[in-house]
Write a protein that binds this ligand. Structure first.
Ligand SMILES: *Cc1c(COP(=O)(O)O)cnc(C)c1O
Length: 362
């Protein structure tokens, strides 16, 4: 019996339940084709240049990866106009979230998040022994006033998903500046920009600009969403060198594999591909909106590649029925949104199929 020796805090979280592999779903349901619109992946795949880079890098997988991500770091620093020492790479940006919590949160400290928000913020914080204060969204947007009022002497981190998942909503420059003004500077403001590349709004936050003035901010982005490398696991954080130095101390030396580094570098160099892709997704988002309206349903306006849809009835049943038709969407019960599903914007054909399956199910 060893379970009683495990840290108590690990029992405060539910283990992550992975979805079944698509091939397994096909086999079980006897379906020929299944489409996955559940994890906000890019349905078109990464730049062809990234695939070439992967083939080239594959022959060196007998070697350990470059623990410093040298070439990627140089390219990214240049692109973002920050110093190479201001970047930390992670095995997905999820890892950067976990590193930040491990560095700054002691048992009994407080972490402030929105509710609902990206699940990892709360999970990582609870495991570290934090008291998590979850401030309800107001009409799917952050209640920044409420979050600021929740700050106490014990507050260590405030997580801001911008845009957030599952809401798909973003914070403006003005909102964030107001939030930061008067906020204690020994609280880490964690700005998660996993969907940064999708946002077109003019008043969206220039978070890297804010880094110059505020030493207590970290901004994370990822190659998993727009860049189409979710399966390789690579993301990064940008912050002042002080914060990055702290994270690097507990980072595993080879946390980012060599294939991920090679592919990410090639993605960065092919911005033309991603500009086209962003426009496609944007057009498809409009198609999806129209289809949802036609069904008499409401959605939450999103600036990302996913949309929350209000089914006005228990959404678990709908998600299950859609699965029976070979369409995997996210049932939002785990987020406390019992009537909602979250759908990732797929290719034109996938969205068509989703809409017609939904029409049938209803
Ligand atoms: C997908 C996602 C991430 C994490 O992505 P990684 O694959 O770990 O880089 C982080 N934040 C939000 C809000 C996300 O939706």
């Amino acid at each position: 019996m060893i379970r009683h020796l495990a840290k108590k805090t690990i029992f405060s979280v539910q283990p992550y339940v992975p979805g079944k592999p698509i091939d397994e779903v096909k086999r079980e349901l006897g379906l020929r084709s299944v489409i996955k619109l559940a994890s906000n992946e890019n349905p078109y795949g990464p730049s062809p240049k990234a695939l070439q880079a992967l083939r080239r890098a594959a022959k060196d997988v007998n070697r350990y990866p470059d623990g410093g991500c040298f070439y990627l770091r140089q390219a990214l620093a240049k692109r973002l106009k920050v110093s190479p020492e201001q970047i930390v790479f992670g095995n997905g940006s999820d890892e950067v979230i976990v590193l930040a919590v491990r560095v700054f949160v002691n048992p009994g400290d407080e972490v402030i998040i929105a509710d609902p928000s990206f699940l990892i913020y709360g999970i990582a914080s609870r495991i570290a022994g934090a008291n998590v204060k979850a401030i309800p969204l107001k009409d799917f947007s952050y209640d920044l006033e409420g979050m600021k009022e929740a700050v106490t002497d014990k507050t260590r981190i405030i997580f801001l998903g911008n845009p957030d998942n599952p809401s798909g909503k973003y914070l403006t420059q003005k909102q964030l500046e107001d939030f930061l003004s008067g906020l204690r500077e020994d609280i880490l403001v964690f700005i998660d920009e996993a969907y940064y590349e999708y946002v077109r709004a003019k008043d969206y936050v220039d978070s890297l600009g804010l880094l110059k003035k505020h030493k207590n901010i970290i901004v994370t982005r990822t190659f998993s969403k727009m860049y189409g490398l979710a399966g390789l696991r690579i993301g990064y954080g940008v912050a002042g060198e002080e914060i990055i130095d702290c994270l690097n101390r507990i980072r595993e030396p080879f946390n980012v594999n060599s294939l991920a580094q090679a592919a990410a570098l090639a993605c960065l160099a092919d911005q033309a591909y991603y500009r086209t892709l962003a426009r496609r997704i944007e057009r498809q988002r409009e198609v999806l909106y129209r289809g949802i309206r036609k069904l008499g349903l409401k959605y939450v306006e999103s600036c990302t590649n996913f949309v929350l849809i209000d089914m006005r009835q228990d959404a678990s049943g709908i998600a299950k029925a859609l699965l029976g038709d070979g369409v995997i969407v996210r049932d939002m019960s785990a987020w406390g949104l019992k009537h909602f599903i979250r759908v990732t914007i797929g290719t034109e054909a996938e969205n068509k199929r989703f809409l017609s399956a939904l029409r049938e199910v209803l």
